[in-house]
Ligand binder design. Structure first.
Ligand code: SF4
Length: 414
């Protein structure tokens, strides 16, 4: 029997989803696209998905069920279940293991690629996760891995913090490295946490205290989304602000935790202008970041019907651009993982080059995911593969997990 736990808000809810004056969810169909003057004609199948996705959106918006209650169910994970290998594309490495203490996520991002933005399923937190992890680490018998905490959920959110699960996971890793001081394994944390999350206490320890104890064995990357400012409270109802996430990265650095890179994800492609890129990268400089890895928004067509019209509330031309970038028939096979479509290749290539140009100007490093590199034929000369020494074992690995890919073409090491 699972126990239902209500959680306390970490910060005042900033969701503005139901306070968008004059917004009315619409069905996205061919007449709607024509009204918007979208310059591509999606296939029948794509139109069907847009229509289905938007009809679902209308229902959920009207029932006010897009942002789920702040709660979770406490359950046990079977102890014999193996840790999942983190491998979304054939270009991903084989020795990154996922540490996912929960199914679902309370941050409730409406573009979430784990659940295609739909957070209606109950969130299950595995209350025995620390002992499960201890067992998996023992079974690993000292092999070198990158433990990715947590690709399927936010590692530091109300449920993992208020139950002490996030603290206990870090405690397990501390005990593991104490027992195996020669281990070359690494813990990789990718998080949208702000300072509140990192300073959350359990049995006298904050997350920061525990990550500090893992210094040398842990790499922290802040996860930064890029979209019009008015969209953050709509698309990421319970996440820390971008400023707060960068402050969290600085706090880590001050505590000798390796936290000098950002994974920029998702970037809403139509929002990437010279000005927005420059503003963002200057913030990175101020937060002492050395580099970043951009990932364009990838999403299912059904989810595009949500994100498109919410973006359109802020800027209709941006909404039009989104449909053009994702729904053209020639873009149909531009699928990264599951049913997630990536934006038009030519546009993405140009956007990546623009990002790189600004990064160079400001003295920041930039790298890109191996799948994107191969899809867009971006050479290491255009965007070097940035390798972090000893990310897994003695081998250098490409920075910016989702893939610490074991790189072949090393052009730069840090
Ligand atoms: S924080 Fe990550 S896992 Fe959680 S809802 Fe947002 S995108 Fe999904």
């Amino acid at each position: 029997m699972s126990e239902h736990v209500r959680l306390n808000k970490l910060r005042e809810s900033k969701s503005k989803l139901y306070e968008m004056h004059g917004f009315a969810p619409r069905i996205i169909n061919q007449p709607y696209l024509e009204e918007l003057k979208v310059g591509v004609r999606p296939s029948k199948e794509t139109l069907h998905e847009l229509q289905k996705g938007s009809s679902d959106f209308v229902n959920k918006y009207e029932n006010r069920s897009l942002v789920a209650e702040l709660s979770c169910l406490l359950e046990d994970i079977p102890l014999d279940e193996p840790l999942k290998t983190h491998r979304y594309t054939s270009r991903c490495p084989i020795d990154v293991l996922e540490v996912n203490p929960m199914s679902g996520c309370n941050v409730n991002c409406l573009y979430c690629l784990v659940v295609d933005g739909d957070h209606s399923a109950p969130k299950k937190l595995y209350k025995n996760y620390a002992s499960y992890l201890r067992r998996k680490l023992t079974e690993d018998n000292g092999a070198d891995h990158c433990y990715y905490f947590a690709p399927q959920t936010e590692p530091f959110q109300e449920s993992t913090l208020q139950t002490g699960t996030a603290h206990d996971i870090l405690r397990e890793f501390i005990a593991y490295f104490k027992q195996k001081p020669k281990s070359k394994s690494k813990v990789f944390v990718l998080s949208k946490a702000g300072k509140e999350e990192l300073q959350y206490k359990n049995n006298g320890d904050t997350i920061l205290d525990l990550m500090r104890k893992l210094s040398g064995n842990l790499v922290y990357h802040t996860s930064i989304s890029v979209m019009p400012p008015e969209l953050y409270p709509v698309l990421e109802p319970r996440a820390a602000s971008i400023e707060n996430r960068l402050e969290a990265a600085v706090l880590c650095q001050e505590n000798k935790i390796e936290a000098d890179w950002a994974v920029v994800q998702p970037a809403i492609p139509a929002f990437l202008t010279d000005k927005t890129i420059d503003d963002l990268l200057r913030k990175f400089k101020e937060a002492n970041l050395k580099g970043f890895k951009p990932e364009m928004l990838t999403l299912s067509i059904k989810n595009l019907a949500w994100i498109g019209q919410l973006t359109g509330y802020i800027d209709k031309s941006m909404e039009k651009k989104l449909y053009e970038l994702y729904t053209a028939p020639e873009n149909k096979n531009n699928v990264k993982h599951k049913n997630r479509v990536a934006p038009n290749r030519e546009f993405t290539h140009k956007a990546m080059m623009k990002l790189k140009e600004h990064a160079d100007k400001l003295g920041l490093d930039m790298t890109i995911c191996s799948w994107v590199r191969s899809e867009l034929n971006i050479t290491p000369k255009e965007v070097p593969v940035v390798m972090r020494k000893n990310l897994i074992g003695n081998r250098p690995a490409e920075i910016g997990v989702c893939k610490p890919a074991i790189g072949l073409h090393r052009t730069k090491r840090i």
